[in-house]
Structures are given as structure tokens and as C-alpha cells.
Write a protein that binds this ligand. Structure first.
Ligand code: HEM
Length: 182
């Protein structure tokens, strides 16, 4: 996993839980690099899982909730860091429909060794979008947080439902987004 994900995660931990908690989880996670990540480096994704487990132990917040909150935070950081990817995209559904064939394609140009999930889409009319996450890594919680972050970014009344279809060597989850009509 790219270092940018780790640097953003550690920054969120410091801002929300403080420097002491940050130091504590880096020690507890027993990382090879003592928490020194560069944004362009590449690291084992298990290190993020270890950091989240340590943060969960320290704060008492369930690990999936921490990863989801991180996803929401990360989306806002991406919006600030990659404004060019948002140009001309005016709704959450439009943005989310672009991930597979545009956003992550551009990400791969920036970081050729990025380990990205894949998304398949099912369209059910203007008020609903189904996207199926698939990855060898177990980050459906991150996908959920990023989706929620995207919905919050565009400020639209959209409900997100998740069904986990597969977990283990392959991970698949279906997200059903439905626009609420007044
Ligand atoms: C501007 C928007 C986005 C940017 C710049 C971006 C970029 C990235 C980057 C750099 C990674 C790390 C790759 C690696 O670790 O090697 C990543 C992974 C990931 N992205 Fe995106 N992404 C964006 C939007 C989204 C959205 C909206 C979703 C929501 C579904 C998403 C889902 C994921 C997931 C779940 C991963 C973790 C890897 C995995 O599950 O296999 N991304 N993305």
C-alpha cells in the first residue's frame, strides 16, 4: 500500500487522538520502520491493519469504525490534494462511476505500483447506483468510508447499504446507493 495512505492515517490519528496515542500505537504495532513512511514509498498493507488494531485497543473504538472514519477523512484529503480529478464532476454518483475507468487509472499513472481494488457497476436509473468492490486486500470498510466521504463532499441525500459477498483471499462487497427523494 502506498505511503500516502499511511501518512494520512497517522496524521488523522495525531489530530483526533493526540501525539501520545500516535506514539503508543506505533510502538504497539511493532512496525519494521517505526512509523516512518514516505508518501511515495510502498509498504505491506498488513501494517495498516496492525496500526488500526492497535488504535482500536487503545481507544476502544471498533476497528471497522476506525477504518470507515479514516475513509471519510481520506476522501476530503484527496479532494484537496487532487483537484484536477474533480473537475467537471458535479455529483456523487458521477464521481463514484468514474473510479474504475478514470480516477484509479490516473492514480496508477502517478503510482505505477499502487495496489488498487476493482469496481463493477450496475445502473438502476437516476436515483440508484450499485457498485461492487473487489480486492485481494480486506478494505471494504475503507471503500465504505470513501463512499460516505464522497456523498458528504457533494452534500447529497444518499443512503448507502453494504452487503459483504466474500472475504478472505478475495474480498467482495456490494454497495447500493439510493438517492432519498423528499
Ligand atoms: C480522488 C479520489 C481518489 C484517489 C486519488 C484515490 C487514490 C487511491 C490510492 C493512492 C490508493 C492506494 C493504493 C495503494 O495502496 O497502493 C487507493 C486505494 C483504494 N481506493 Fe482509491 N482513490 C480515490 C477515490 C476512491 C474512492 C471514492 C473509493 C471508494 C470506493 C476508493 C477505493 C479505494 C480502496 C478501497 C482502496 C484500498 C485498496 C484495496 O482495497 O485494494 N478510492 N486509492
Amino acid at each position: 500500500m502506498k505511503g500516502v495512505v499511511f501518512t494520512e492515517f497517522l496524521e488523522m490519528v495525531e489530530n483526533r487522538f493526540g501525539l501520545e496515542t500516535l506514539d503508543q500505537i506505533i510502538t504497539q504495532a511493532r512496525l519494521d520502520n517505526d512509523g516512518a513512511y514516505t508518501s511515495v514509498g510502498t509498504y505491506e498493507h498488513q501494517e495498516l491493519v496492525k496500526l488500526v488494531a492497535a488504535l482500536s485497543g487503545t481507544t476502544g473504538v471498533a476497528a471497522p469504525d476506525l477504518i470507515k472514519a479514516f475513509g471519510e477523512h481520506l476522501f476530503e484529503r484527496f479532494a484537496l490534494g487532487y483537484p484536477q480529478l474533480f473537475q467537471g464532476v458535479t455529483s456523487a454518483f458521477d464521481f463514484l462511476r468514474c473510479i474504475e475507468h478514470y480516477i484509479h487509472v490516473e492514480v496508477r499513472k502517478l503510482y505505477p505500483d499502487a495496489e488498487l481494488p476493482s469496481f463493477a457497476y450496475e445502473d438502476h436509473g437516476p436515483d440508484s447506483l450499485v457498485m461492487i468492490y473487489q480486492s485481494r486486500r480486506p478494505f471494504a470498510d475503507l471503500a465504505e468510508g470513501l463512499i460516505l466521504g464522497c456523498v458528504a463532499h457533494y452534500g447529497e441525500p444518499i443512503d448507502v447499504r453494504r452487503e459483504d459477498l466474500e472475504s478472505g483471499a478475495n474480498n467482495r462487497s456490494r454497495f447500493t446507493l439510493v438517492r432519498r427523494r423528499p
